[in-house]
Design a protein around this ligand. Structure first.
Ligand code: PHE
Length: 344
């Protein structure tokens, strides 16, 4: 058999083997067997010396062609096998999108935070800015500056946590009002949310709770402005049919002062079967309010005589209890996930 014939035979052998190779490894073996340094095609060319000079270039060209054809066959088969392998992988590694996802545990804002944010949102629509102050407060700003004299019962050790001489845990956010007035001149319209502390602990009182206090000082602020503001707030929070009523009351920092009730959002003032929330009265007390006492303006260094203002303060826990129907105040401070999860 001449070299040329041998080349052609090897070529067709290699191509058919490549085409029927069962896998990538077998394909590699075929490459080594035919195209490797010691492969059959190279071996054949070793006999080139015995060929005539005219034949040699022909054989060389034929050998290159045979190599190229075998390489092409190997490459084509490789692409085919790889494609098949990929298809197989895709078929077995398929993602089953119908499998139910594992539930992620999403955190949630605490009901007090949610309620605070809601209150801030309502009052910011009326132009109130949020200001905050320290929880550790001077006795002076917590009491004297807001017209609670030294002999006032609220200053008794029973109600107030004293941290040291002249230093208390603030008992209300009214101290922040005073700080706001002392640092800014009027007109002023601020909202002071924050934690407050009193020696009290039962189903409706906690030693730490939260208040939001509002203060509006300007020329000719009237009691009717206070009423309008609180009415807007009550309707925003509890629904447009909500009514409010003001009952005369006493707070040292306002004159006149009032306790403010909202019509019961549960029985809508119609406690036929006896409403548990308002205990049949149809009304719920939710906040204290009044016209800022002139003494506070003096304490703040506001000298203008034409200014007036109103202030109001409410307990955030109380609002949260009403908004969410929470029966016991203490639930909010226990960190019980069964309770907290309901606010997610
Ligand atoms: N600071 C009062 C309290 O702690 C609430 C209040 C604020 C009342 C402003 C009237 C005006 O109860």
């Amino acid at each position: 058999m001449s070299i040329l014939e041998k080349l052609i035979q090897l070529e067709s052998e290699a191509v058919s083997k490549a085409e029927s190779a069962s896998g990538l490894e077998a394909l590699d073996q075929i490459r080594i067997q035919y195209l490797g340094k010691k492969g059959s095609l190279s071996e054949v060319l070793k006999g080139l010396g015995s060929a005539s000079p005219e034949e040699r270039p022909k054989i060389g060209a034929a050998a290159n062609l045979a190599k190229a054809k075998v390489e092409a066959a190997l490459e084509a088969k490789k692409v085919k096998l790889e494609g098949l392998a990929l298809e197989q992988r895709l078929a077995t590694e398929q993602i089953d999108t119908t499998v139910l996802a594992r539930q992620a545990h999403l955190g949630a804002l605490h009901p007090i935070t949610q309620t605070t944010q809601k209150l801030i949102k309502v009052f910011s629509r009326l132009g109130f800015d949020v200001v905050t102050g320290p929880e550790v407060e001077t006795e002076f700003l917590n009491f004297e500056a807001v017209n609670i004299p030294a002999d006032h019962p609220a200053r008794d050790m029973q109600d107030t946590f004293f941290l040291g001489p002249g230093v208390v845990l603030r008992t209300h956010t009214s101290a922040v009002q005073m700080r706001a007035m002392r640092s800014k001149s009027w007109p002023i319209r601020v909202l002071c949310p924050g934690a407050v502390f009193r020696c009290d602990d039962d189903a409706t009182h906690s030693p730490m709770f939260h208040q939001i206090e509002g203060l509006w000082v300007d020329r000719q602020v009237r009691m009717s402005d206070l009423k309008g503001t609180l009415e807007f707030f009550a309707k925003e929070l509890f629904g447009s049919s909500t009514q409010i009523r003001l009952r005369p009351s006493y707070f040292p920092f306002v004159e006149p002062g009032a306790e403010v009730d909202v019509s019961c959002p549960f029985c809508k003032k119609n406690p036929k079967g006896g409403c548990k929330v308002c205990k049949g009265s149809g009304w719920l007390e939710i906040l204290g309010a009044g016209m800022v006492h002139p003494k506070l303006f003096q304490m703040a260094g506001y000298e203008a005589t034409e200014i007036s203002g109103f202030a109001f303060g409410l307990g955030i826990e109380r609002i949260a209890m009403l908004m969410y129907g929470i029966p016991d105040l203490r639930l909010m401070f226990r960190g019980d996930m069964r309770f907290l999860k309901q606010f997610a």
